[in-house]
Write a new protein. Structure first.
Length: 646
């Protein structure tokens, strides 16, 4: 509407200009054709207008007024190359006729990626004595954008996109890819179409296609449509898959259960079966447009784009909501002025490191249209100033979305560049170092019943041993017991698993700092039923060497033990301490007993009846493995819990 209004105002201005001054042409035929073009332009009959005006300038190649109107007609018809050619003739023939032509020319040249030409013509426009402050401001704004684009173009970043081939791409449009943390599952939105032979009407469909990576062949499988109920008779798109591949968030538009034009939905996978998608409703969705979700690796933080006006910075903004302990989503939070502008921000992708956000925007300035940017979450909780991903990743066209694999090395985009399979295709490329997120790996495994070996759906928590903070959580698949949790590398972690009716499990591990390859940890976890005689090792109880005072890092584990005893009020346990065979037997018995007693004392201090507890020190009399190696001795230095009564 604003663009149409501008053209109407421009036409009135130009018509008034022609009424006040004698036309530059002396050819009566050219003048007649010129006025025919004006009449057709006024009726928005652009093809007829262009035909008349082209004939006019053919009759008189110096007819500057005809070139001026021709330029604006071509611009209205979105024939930008022809409009630029006509505006350039105006500037050559008589730039003083209508100085606004210089601004319009610079604007079009910027949009077409002709940045140096745009800079020259915008500077020339600003040399005129402009009466309107708005015109000055807009021209300065465009000039600054142009200069920024020139700097980006003069400093290109490494970019070598590879078409992902016939397994992924087709004659149809493939776009908005989503990738699991292990890099093994790729889900893509595909827009296909069919033409009815009788009515000759073309019908378009948006559906999800899925491909899996084969470690043996090092190839992606042929992408196939996902089955119902994820794909449906409606259109589905703009998807985000959780790092473990069990939750698919996506946008569904104009549905019966929708609150606005587009809403965000989620489907959960159990085993190989996807469940029926359900609308997230308020407060995620509203009566406005919500789309392009991105779920963080904690499975609790959802980023999305929305046109809701309340709290908006203008246009479409990026928002964030957190899944709370009671299963509801928090009121969405606008990501603020660092990210959002009066323009449009869209297609958020939060990397698996939980602190690098990639998104598309036309409000931060760049190469023209929408550009791709990234921002980092500062430890103090704010987002850093977005950085343009650079040329030639960004161009004068619209760059819509980008995702990055867990190691941060490989990025994926959609493009309709020359040489593709048809329409938009998915391309992969090596992301240059400065734009990479933190390298992330993952821990995966299965939960199963220790006695019967059948899979268990249990809750997992991962704790950073350096900070003591819970950094990730997950729930294992009830049909397979599988779980996968992404984690930053170069850290030490504790893993805790809980399930009603079972003793909890605790363990610890380190993630290496190898950025050149995924180096996941595999942890298969048997859970012991809460039965008499069952035992478990408390792997996250820590002491200084040859000491029995509990270290602060032990509190999380001990509090879990308190909770277990509170939930199972009839449970009676033995707390036993064990050592390796270094030193005398008597010293080791005393040390192991004192360590067991420190836990006994902690439980009593936290409300557990002492009659339910016993403690004993076994020294090195009950090793679980050989003491001949340091690894074996470390295993033998342990604290155990044994159920005496239930």
């Amino acid at each position: 509407m604003k663009k149409l209004l501008f053209f109407c105002v421009t036409l009135l201005c130009v018509t008034s200009l022609f009424a006040q001054k004698k036309l530059s042409s002396s050819s009566q035929k050219a003048i007649e054709l010129f006025y025919q073009g004006l009449e057709n332009y006024d009726r928005k009959e652009y093809v007829r207008a262009m035909t008349s005006l082209y004939k006019a300038v053919t009759e008189d190649p110096k007819f500057v007024e005809a070139y001026l109107v021709l330029a604006e007609v071509c611009e209205s018809a979105e024939k930008n190359d022809e409009a630029i050619t006509a505006y350039r003739r105006v500037v050559v023939l008589n730039p003083d006729l209508h100085p606004r032509a210089l601004y319009n020319l610079g604007d079009l040249e910027f949009k077409q990626g002709l940045y140096e030409d745009a800079e020259k013509h915008l500077e020339a426009y600003l040399n005129y004595d402009l009466q309107s402050e708005t015109s000055k401001y807009k021209a300065f704004e465009y000039l600054e954008k142009t200069r920024r684009a020139i700097v980006l173009k003069d400093n290109p970043v490494p970019f070598n996109p590879n078409n992902m081939g016939d397994s992924i791409n087709s004659k149809f449009d493939e776009y908005l890819p989503a990738l699991t943390a292990d890099g093994k599952t790729l889900i893509i939105t595909q827009r296909s179409w069919t033409t009815d032979e009788v009515s000759n009407i073309t019908i378009q469909y948006e559906d999800f296609i899925i491909s899996r990576y084969d470690d043996n062949t090092k190839q992606w499988s042929k992408a196939v449509k996902m089955p119902e109920p994820v794909n449906s008779a409606d259109n589905e798109g703009a998807q985000s898959i959780s790092p473990d591949g069990r939750y698919l968030y996506f946008a569904g538009c104009n549905r019966r259960d929708g609150l606005g034009s587009c809403d965000i939905y989620v489907s959960k996978r159990q085993g190989n079966q996807w469940g029926k998608p359900f609308n997230l409703y308020e407060p995620i969705n509203s009566r406005h447009w919500e789309s392009q979700p991105s779920i963080a690796s904690d499975d609790k933080t959802l980023f999305f784009a929305s046109s809701r006006p309340e709290g908006s910075r203008g246009g479409t903004d990026l928002w964030m909501s957190v899944l709370q302990d009671n299963g509801t989503w928090s009121e969405p939070i606008n990501l603020g002025d660092s990210i959002n502008t009066p323009g449009n921000e869209s297609s958020p992708f939060i990397h698996f490191d939980n602190q690098t956000l990639y998104f598309s925007s036309d409000g931060h300035g760049g190469m023209g249209g929408k550009d791709l940017f990234y921002s980092k979450l500062h430890p103090d909780g704010y987002w850093t100033t977005p950085v343009n991903l650079g040329y030639p990743i960004n161009t004068n066209q619209n760059e819509i979305s980008l995702i990055v694999n867990s190691t941060g090395e490989t990025a994926y985009i959609a493009s309709d560049r020359t040489g593709g399979k048809g329409g938009q295709d998915i391309y992969s490329f090596e992301l240059y170092e400065e734009a990479r997120p933190l390298a992330v790996s993952y821990v995966k495994g299965k939960l199963f019943d220790a006695e019967n070996q059948y899979p268990i759906e249990g809750k997992l928590e991962i704790i950073n041993l350096r900070t003591g903070k819970i950094v990730a959580g997950a729930t294992s698949d009830p049909k397979t017991g599988d779980f996968l949790v992404t984690l930053p590398t170069a850290e030490s972690y504790a893993i805790n698993v809980s399930k009603d009716g079972y003793l909890f499990y605790s363990g610890n591990f380190e993630m290496n700092n190898d950025k050149n390859a995924l180096t996941p940890k595999t942890v298969d976890i048997p859970l012991q039923s809460v039965n008499v005689g069952a035992t478990m090792v408390l792997n996250n109880i820590f002491y200084d060497p040859n000491q029995f005072k509990l270290k602060a890092e032990s509190k999380t584990e001990l509090d879990r033990l308190v909770l277990l005893l509170q939930k199972n009020s009839k449970l009676k346990i033995e707390i036993s301490g064990h050592t390796d065979n270094t030193g005398s037997e008597n010293l080791n018995i005393a040390l192991s007993e004192n360590r067991a007693k420190s836990i006994y004392d902690y439980l009593i201090e936290n409300g557990i009846d002492y009659l339910r507890l016993t403690y004993v020190g076994y020294g090195f009399s009950k090793p679980v493995t050989s003491n001949d190696t340091e690894a074996g001795r470390a295993q033998n230095r342990r604290t155990e819990i044994k159920i005496l009564e239930n």
